[in-house]
Write a protein that binds this ligand. Structure first.
Ligand SMILES: Cc1cc2nc3c(=O)[nH]c(=O)nc-3n(C[C@H](O)[C@H](O)[C@H](O)COP(=O)(O)OP(=O)(O)OC[C@H]3O[C@@H](n4cnc5c(N)ncnc54)[C@H](O)[C@@H]3O)c2cc1C
Length: 499
């Protein structure tokens, strides 16, 4: 599947250019070719392989934290009752999907999009790309640009400054750059962090490491969930895997939204329930409130899930422990905390997160004017004010990312159909009230999002400039409502003069 695409014979001009060959880009390709088989398109991918996130991360135990019946594409059943899946299975599923529909043949690997410049006169984007192997730059043009470039930097994970970092004698590893030959058997490992990556890594490393310590500044909500979906198993036996997938998916979407709503409405009750579940799985006398009782309400930040309570199991077995405190400095042999405690370590893992990056790091201009994302409003959660023929995907933080890919993909192809039928060739979100109030892109309080708010576009407080808080709200907005919104300005297609 690695890209060895021959640049010879590739078109310089296509109808749609999709940036990124992860789950979003491959999903976008599917909807486009299903609904507009006559349109030409290409997927530009900076890396030498497809799959994005699911190919990049190689740390022990990498897995989903959503169920695959909702993370999988609506059009391609996830044929397994394993709800929480490892990255290898997800990658295989994404690549098989791309191959099954011939989407893989549209991917141009080793091609980074550097910039895209819209011209009103040509009603086209000129997209400047760089070949990552040769450094060669090349311009392509397209009528629509679809940004499916994910939300974080691939070259560098986020690591805060740690005093004394250079003093530490052993390896310091970031999960985004996991060395294939890192040997942690029989070693003492300190994992700094309390997010999804830390709670995944710890049970995966604990069986062979001497001991793994999760060192966190602030606790997260950690929710045990079953790895296997027993209802799906039964439904598959009764109805076959396609119908079982469709039903399981609907039920899980409903459950995700319901849990999120309950947490928002009754945070104290939700906190109590989660605490009770944690206490039941932790050893007698474990200080649950010190290590598993966050200072914020459930779902104000992304919740961590642990399949079959694996994190709690390794804590019960004494293979892992949790320390909550502030790091004063790294030392030659571990970490010193500000309260004087010292943690001995052979390896330190900084599971401290991602560097959010908007729009794949590319620069955009519209008729020579730079587009600065924080100065733009998001239209229907998928376009930017004042930017013609441009769509992006930013999935849910409180549900499976892919659910949004489906809705945006469908809405985009409906929009194209409407424009074809009406003789339009450009669509530009244009607010009726340019001075409408601005709110941050998301209210979500996770550190990696908060750090990046000043790079992200803004939303407002009314439709279509408000980002839907849930999948069900987006179903109404993107699937049910019309595509010709009064605040989407269309211009007629120019007549082509026969030569
Ligand atoms: C470890 C981990 C686990 C996760 N688990 C879940 C989960 O269980 N459920 C969930 O909903 N979400 C999860 N997420 C979020 C996850 O990233 C998304 O769900 C999803 O995989 C994102 O897909 P994507 O295609 O939008 O982006 P990515 O997977 O990031 O793919 C983007 C692609 O675009 C390419 N690209 C970027 N910029 C450019 C450019 N300028 N030019 C050319 N190519 C470019 C990249 O190389 C990459 O291949 C997880 C994230 C991480 C890091």
């Amino acid at each position: 599947m690695d890209g060895t695409a021959d640049k010879a014979g590739e078109q310089d001009s296509v109808d749609v250019l999709i940036v990124g060959a992860g789950v979003s880009g491959i999903g976008a390709g599917y909807y486009l070719q299903r609904d507009h088989p006559q349109r030409s398109y290409a997927i530009l991918e900076a890396r030498g392989a497809s799959g994005g996130t699911w190919d990049l991360f190689r740390y022990p135990g990498v897995r989903s934290d959503s169920d695959l019946h909702t993370f999988g594409y609506e059009f391609r059943p996830w044929r397994s009752d394993t709800a929480i899946a490892d990255s290898g299975s997800i990658l295989a599923y994404v690549r098989e999907t791309a191959a099954a529909y011939g989407i893989d043949r549209k991917i141009r690997y080793h091609t980074t999009v550097i910039s895209a410049d819209w011209s009103d006169a040509d009603t086209r984007w000129t997209v400047t790309t760089e070949d990552t192997s040769t450094g060669e730059r090349r311009d392509l043009t397209c009528q629509w640009l679809f940004c499916a470039a994910g939300y974080y930097r691939y070259d560098q994970g986020f690591t805060p400054h740690f005093e004394g970092r250079d003093r530490f004698g052993g390896p310091i590893v970031h999960p985004q750059h996991w060395p294939a030959d890192l040997d942690y058997d029989g070693k003492r490992v300190v994992v700094i962090g309390s997010g999804a990556t830390a709670v995944t890594l710890i049970p995966a490393m604990a069986p062979t490491a001497a001991h793994v310590t999760m060192l966190q500044r602030t606790p997260s909500y950690v929710l045990p969930v079953p790895t296997r979906d027993k209802l799906n198993t039964r439904l598959t036996r009764m109805l076959g895997d396609e119908r079982a997938f469709a039903i399981t998916r609907r039920l899980n979407i409903f459950r995700q939204v319901a849990i999120w709503r309950i947490c928002q409405k009754y945070p104290d009750a939700a906190r109590k329930i989660i605490r009770g579940l944690n206490a039941r799985m932790l050893p007698e006398g474990f200080p649950v409130d010190e290590h598993f009782n966050p200072p914020y309400a459930p779902w104000d930040q992304r919740m961590c899930i642990v399949p079959d309570g694996d994190l709690f199991r390794v804590i019960r077995e004494g293979k892992a422990s949790v320390v909550t405190g502030h790091i004063e400095t790294f030392t030659e042999t571990g970490v010193l905390l500000s309260d004087g405690r010292e943690l001995e370590a052979d390896i330190i893992v900084t599971a401290t997160g991602l560097n959010v990056q908007a729009l794949g790091g590319m620069t955009l201009t519209v008729d020579g004017e730079p587009v600065r994302a924080p100065e733009r409003f998001v239209y229907k959660g998928m376009m930017l004010s004042g930017v013609p023929n441009f769509v992006f995907v930013f999935g849910y933080t409180n549900a499976s990312w892919t659910l949004k890919v489906g809705l945006v993909g469908e809405h985009f192809t409906r929009l194209l159909r409407y424009m074809d039928a009406s003789g339009y060739d450009t669509a530009t979100p244009t607010a009726a009230d340019a001075a409408m109030p601005a709110r941050p892109f998301t209210e979500f309080a996770s550190g990696y999002i908060k750090r990046a708010l000043d790079q992200l576009p803004r939303q407002s407080s009314r439709a279509p400039w408000r980002i839907s808080p849930t999948y069900s709200a987006d179903v109404k907005l993107l699937r049910k409502q019309r595509v010709d919104d009064p605040e989407l300005r269309f211009t007629p297609a120019k007549e082509t003069v026969p030569s």
